[in-house]
Design a binder for this molecule. Structure first.
Ligand SMILES: [Zn+2]
Length: 100
Protein backbone atom coordinates (compact mmCIF):
# COMPACT_ATOMS: atom_id res chain seq x y z
CA UNK A 1 0.00 0.00 0.00
CA UNK A 2 2.70 2.47 1.04
CA UNK A 3 4.75 1.55 -2.03
CA UNK A 4 1.73 2.09 -4.26
CA UNK A 5 1.07 5.49 -2.73
CA UNK A 6 4.73 6.33 -3.28
CA UNK A 7 4.50 5.31 -6.92
CA UNK A 8 1.28 7.24 -7.42
CA UNK A 9 2.87 10.28 -5.86
CA UNK A 10 5.81 9.96 -8.23
CA UNK A 11 3.45 9.61 -11.21
CA UNK A 12 1.54 12.66 -10.08
CA UNK A 13 4.80 14.61 -10.00
CA UNK A 14 5.65 13.47 -13.52
CA UNK A 15 2.19 14.44 -14.76
CA UNK A 16 2.58 17.89 -13.24
CA UNK A 17 5.87 18.33 -15.07
CA UNK A 18 4.35 17.14 -18.34
CA UNK A 19 1.41 19.48 -17.90
CA UNK A 20 3.75 22.40 -17.26
CA UNK A 21 5.69 21.61 -20.43
CA UNK A 22 2.48 21.30 -22.44
CA UNK A 23 1.23 24.65 -21.20
CA UNK A 24 4.54 26.25 -22.12
CA UNK A 25 4.49 24.65 -25.56
CA UNK A 26 0.91 25.70 -26.11
CA UNK A 27 1.82 29.26 -25.19
CA UNK A 28 4.75 29.21 -27.57
CA UNK A 29 2.64 27.81 -30.41
CA UNK A 30 -0.10 30.38 -29.83
CA UNK A 31 2.42 33.19 -30.19
CA UNK A 32 4.00 31.57 -33.24
CA UNK A 33 0.57 31.08 -34.79
CA UNK A 34 -0.24 34.74 -34.24
CA UNK A 35 3.03 35.82 -35.87
CA UNK A 36 2.40 33.56 -38.86
CA UNK A 37 -1.14 34.90 -39.32
CA UNK A 38 0.12 38.46 -39.29
CA UNK A 39 2.81 37.49 -41.77
CA UNK A 40 0.33 35.72 -44.05
CA UNK A 41 -2.13 38.60 -43.99
CA UNK A 42 0.58 41.07 -44.88
CA UNK A 43 1.75 38.80 -47.72
CA UNK A 44 -1.81 38.41 -48.95
CA UNK A 45 -2.37 42.17 -49.06
CA UNK A 46 0.84 42.69 -51.02
CA UNK A 47 -0.14 39.91 -53.41
CA UNK A 48 -3.48 41.60 -54.08
CA UNK A 49 -1.76 44.90 -54.80
CA UNK A 50 0.53 43.15 -57.27
CA UNK A 51 -2.38 41.51 -59.11
CA UNK A 52 -4.29 44.74 -59.54
CA UNK A 53 -1.14 46.36 -60.86
CA UNK A 54 -0.60 43.48 -63.29
CA UNK A 55 -4.21 43.69 -64.48
CA UNK A 56 -3.82 47.38 -65.17
CA UNK A 57 -0.66 46.77 -67.18
CA UNK A 58 -2.31 43.95 -69.10
CA UNK A 59 -5.16 46.17 -70.31
CA UNK A 60 -2.70 48.57 -71.93
CA UNK A 61 -0.81 46.75 -74.70
CA UNK A 62 2.62 48.28 -74.66
CA UNK A 63 5.26 48.87 -77.26
CA UNK A 64 7.16 45.91 -75.85
CA UNK A 65 4.35 43.58 -76.82
CA UNK A 66 4.29 44.89 -80.40
CA UNK A 67 8.01 44.29 -80.65
CA UNK A 68 7.61 40.71 -79.41
CA UNK A 69 4.81 40.07 -81.90
CA UNK A 70 7.03 41.38 -84.69
CA UNK A 71 9.95 39.21 -83.60
CA UNK A 72 7.67 36.19 -83.51
CA UNK A 73 6.34 36.90 -87.00
CA UNK A 74 9.91 37.22 -88.24
CA UNK A 75 10.43 33.65 -87.14
CA UNK A 76 11.95 33.72 -83.68
CA UNK A 77 10.84 32.38 -80.33
CA UNK A 78 9.63 34.90 -77.79
CA UNK A 79 8.81 32.33 -75.11
CA UNK A 80 10.99 31.81 -72.06
CA UNK A 81 11.83 28.30 -73.21
CA UNK A 82 13.73 29.25 -76.38
CA UNK A 83 13.71 33.04 -76.47
CA UNK A 84 15.51 34.44 -79.49
CA UNK A 85 16.18 31.13 -81.21
CA UNK A 86 14.79 30.61 -84.74
CA UNK A 87 11.39 28.94 -84.97
CA UNK A 88 10.62 26.07 -87.26
CA UNK A 89 7.67 26.68 -89.60
CA UNK A 90 5.20 25.43 -86.99
CA UNK A 91 3.80 27.72 -84.33
CA UNK A 92 5.24 27.38 -80.83
CA UNK A 93 2.56 26.81 -78.20
CA UNK A 94 4.60 28.58 -75.52
CA UNK A 95 5.01 31.63 -77.71
CA UNK A 96 1.31 31.66 -78.67
CA UNK A 97 0.40 31.55 -74.99
CA UNK A 98 1.95 35.00 -74.65
CA UNK A 99 -0.45 36.41 -77.22
CA UNK A 100 -3.53 35.45 -75.24
ZN1 LIG B 1 8.53 29.52 -78.39
Amino acid sequence: METQIGELYEQLGNLKNDLGELIEENHRLTIENKHLRTYLNRDHVQEEKKTTKKKREATVPGEGFDNLARIYKEGFHICHMQFGSPRTDEDCLFCLELFD
